[in-house]
Structure formats: C-alpha cells, structure tokens
Ligand binder design. Structure first.
Ligand SMILES: [Zn+2]
Length: 167
C-alpha cells in the first residue's frame, strides 16, 4: 500500500477531511494534497508527524539512505542529508574540500596555488595574502577594476607579485 492510499484510508476510517487530518498531524494542507495526488512521496519529517499522530503503521514509509562515508543505512532528517553522523559529515566535508582544492590547483602565482595562497587548501594554515589585502593593493596600484584585470594578467609574470611581497 502506498503512502497516498494509507492517508486516504485513514481519512475514511476516521471520517475526517484531508484538511482535518493535516491539522491533527501538524502537516500543511498542500503537503497532504501533494501526497494524495501522487505528486510527492512525502519526506521523512512528514512521515514522522504521521507516525506520531496515527501510529507505527506509518513507519514503513520512512525513506532510508546509505551513508556516503561509512555505508551504513540511516534515517535522514531531510532529503539532502548525505551522511549518518557528525563524524561522517565532518569526514565528508574534508573530502569535498580536498577535491575542490585539487581541482583548483592549476593557476599558480609565486609557486603557490590560489587555494594555498588564500588558505582554502588543506596544506597552508595561514593565508599568505588575504582577499581584502589583495584587492586593496590592486586598487592602489591600478585604480579601476578594468585596469586591475589587465594588471592581473601582467602580474602573472612579475611586477604585481613583487608589489604584493610574494617574491
Ligand atoms: Zn556514516
């Protein structure tokens, strides 16, 4: 039996409208109608409210997920929860940041990648130059944004690097 069928069944058994059923469980009317018309499967927060209001028979509709890190099956609080625990979530975030810094390591100035220089990468603890510093030096030296853009290209090969003390 689908969740939609079960909700329709409950409304019939108790002789209540969907609006009333929503009020009892604390679920938006629109959410109920999305489910009963087959437009939504209902997320775990909604299922939890149905379990609390109408009993364990609604537990079968929980949507379980597999943790991206440890592979354990778990009950996500929301649809976009990728990991089962704080520990796995931290591990996942670290992996994403390492992947990110690897994929952004092609542009190099002064021997360091942008991610290392600005402190995005895992290896450098303190950034050599902060973004506001970088901007203020660029503004002082080159005035407008456009001029700065042109200057940045020049900087790849020398003068601006020196001006920022990166050599
Ligand atoms: Zn996990």
């Amino acid at each position: 039996m689908t969740l939609a069928e079960r909700i329709i069944g409950i409304a019939k058994e108790r002789n209540i409208s969907f609006a009333e059923l929503g009020r009892i469980a604390g679920i938006e009317r629109t959410t109920i109608s999305m489910i009963t018309t087959g437009k939504s499967e209902g997320g775990n927060p909604t299922i939890k409210r149905l379990v609390e209001a109408f009993g364990d028979e609604f537990e079968q509709y929980y949507q379980y997920a597999t943790c991206k890190q440890c592979g354990e099956v778990f009950l996500p609080a929301s649809g976009n929860q990728a990991t089962c625990s704080k520990k796995c979530s931290k591990k996942n975030a670290t992996e994403i940041s390492v992947r990110w810094s690897k994929s952004h390591s092609t542009r190099t100035v002064s021997g360091l990648t942008d991610s290392q220089r600005f402190g995005w990468g895992p290896k450098v603890k303190k950034p050599a130059v902060s973004i506001p510093e970088y901007n203020s030096v660029a503004r002082e030296e080159y005035g407008s944004y456009g001029q700065r853009g042109a200057a940045e290209r020049v900087a790849q090969s020398g003068t601006m690097r020196e001006s920022m003390g990166l050599v």
